[in-house]
Design a protein around this ligand. Sequence first.
Ligand code: C2E
Ligand code: MG
Ligand code: MG
Length: 716
Amino acid sequence: MREIILGVGLVIEIALIITTIFIMSSHLRRNSRNNTNIQLNEQYYKSLFEENPDAIFIFDLNGNFLVANKAVSLYGYTAEELINKPFTGYILPKDLEKVMAHFFQAVEGSSSNCDCSILDKEGLQREISVTNIPIFVNQEIHGVYTIIKDITEHKKAQNDLVEAEAKYRSLIENSLVGVYIMQDGKLVYVNPRLCEMSGYHCEELLGLHVKEFIYPEDLPLVTENIRKRFNNEIDTMKFEYRAIRKDRSVITFELYGSKIVYNGRDAIIGTVIDITERKNTEKIIRHMAYHDQLTDLPNRYLLREKLNEAIIESRQNNCHFALLFLDLDRFKAINDTLGHEVGDKVLMEVAERLKACVTQTDIISRYGGDEFSVLLPEAGEQRASQVAHQIITKLSLPLTFLHHELLVTPSIGISIFPTHGESFDMLIKNGDLAMYHAKSLGRNNYQFFNEELNKKAKHELDMELNLRKALEQNQLVLFYQPQVNLETNQIYGAEALMRWIHPEKGIIPPASFIPLAEENGLIIPMGEWAIRTACQENKKWQLAGYSPVTVSVNISAKQFFQSNLVEIVESALSETELNPKYLELEITESITMDVERSITTLLELQRIGVKVSIDDFGIGYSSLNYLKRLPIDKLKIDQSFIRECPNDINSNTLVRTIIIMAHLLKMKVIAEGVETEEQVSFLLAQGCNEAQGYLFGKPLPMSEFETNYLQKRLEK
Ligand code: C2E
Ligand code: MG
Ligand code: MG
């Protein structure tokens, strides 16, 4: 039994043992499974902790480092050197309070996050984002997990962005140019300068539609350009528009625009510069460049533009137009005698009178000096004649300035497009030719251009070339015409008169080439040649033993006013060793146009002992007043008066008056163009005792004058 009991007990024990073993083994099995799970979890968390690219720390509740992961090396530290140290030593003072507050928030059980600056091991400032997480163990807080992220770069980028934004904002806000952003035709951003420009407050300007401030005429263009800008159809960046300010004044501005995305939608951003002043200045400059300052009439540059436009239009419409080219007769004399101030007033008055002769569409311009032109669009010969006639009538009315009554008449040349020229230059040139023709016909009239004038001009050009050659090739000679003492009937002198011995045309009289030479300036070298030749030939006669005669040489006004006339005379005299008393210079009344200069030259001539006479006296305009002041030896009464003597009472009176006047002024008198004995008797009776004319002899070549007069005088 005992054995049974023992056996049962053993079985029970064995069963117990087995059960225990089973329980134990299953418990152990369960335990080991639990252990494996814990280990696995630990591995997971360890990896999350160790391998985290962000530095992770565990702090005790006082903020001392307990554990740190590998990423702490990012800041130059090792975990070991941080252990048991408080984090406060690594935070920049500026952030310490904040960071501590956040830390203790975690100690209190709530996670928190903040940014702060720390110093890394090398002492460099690093920006970090700190996340504090409380560590709960059995509902109790055992410490704090802290994850730190390096946000230095991010912070820097953010700062840069803020700085850049601030920089650009201040640039735009303080910009001297207006800046705008526009969406749907409305302003959605404006800077202060733009407000200032527009005269609106910024709040008023914001939301304003282009329709409300763009100048109505420019609006279609603005709208179209905005559309094109949005559709990327536009290359141009710069535009010029006008806008209406709040005070309703108009400004012109220059605008740049480009497409951007603003608040998620397409917009145009751009700048605006107020160019009103620049535009006004440009306008003034353009006006100045294209207008004459004195009369404010268009000048020749604007005339060129207008005339070219007229050419294009007339071609298109197959019609014509007229150009009147106008020159004031003897204006130079007014300027020279009465001064430029009076001259200017005359020009201004002429401009006014011209305006009264034309319509709004006609264009008057001051071409230069005393030349004006009138462009008559769509006008033919008939209207051109009418206007020219009217101008002549209007301008011929006397002008009164400074107690001087002046007569300013015009000579007008007319060219018609396309008959007389198809270009600006041709029309001007031909109008000018026609004008000269009008002048040659006695001034104060108008002439149309014709081909003959061209031929004449060409002929004159040829003449000029030939005349230059004549001077170089010694084709010029002096003829001598005797001058006689009427009482003694003795030759006392001769007038030297120039002739051109042309190789083909023979002898050409001075009237055919002197005026041309005066015009083109050749008269200066020709005149010098005449002085030298007259001195030489006269001296030659003296050396040949003839009793000395005075030779008078004609001096044109241009030559007289030449600065070195006195020098030329002096050198001719010294080179030929002719006594100055045998040289006389014949000048014309036109020298009175510059009395002061004339007096200086005449006194110089008087000083060197040369005589001076006034040629063709009576036909000019010299006033007695001037005559009295000029040191002159002799007056030569113009042949037109002598021609009429003694049959014409008026001429007789004139001649008599000149003689009396000359004697009163202690001047000698010589009568020119004496052809009859009656004239001699008349002149003698009036007290004139010197004469020159065909009656005594025609101008002869040097050798003939010598044989005909000098030799004969010797023989007597
Ligand atoms: P002028 O100085 O008045 O010369 C007088 C002109 O009248 C000369 O004409 C002469 O031939 C002409 N003549 C003289 N007596 C009579 C007469 O009884 N009846 C008529 N019908 N005519 C007479 P010429 O030689 O043809 O000279 C014309 C003008 O050319 C001169 O007028 C003078 O102004 C100018 N001239 C001549 N030679 C020169 C010169 O060397 N230099 C300059 N600057 N002008 C000159
Ligand atoms: Mg003369
Ligand atoms: Mg004369």
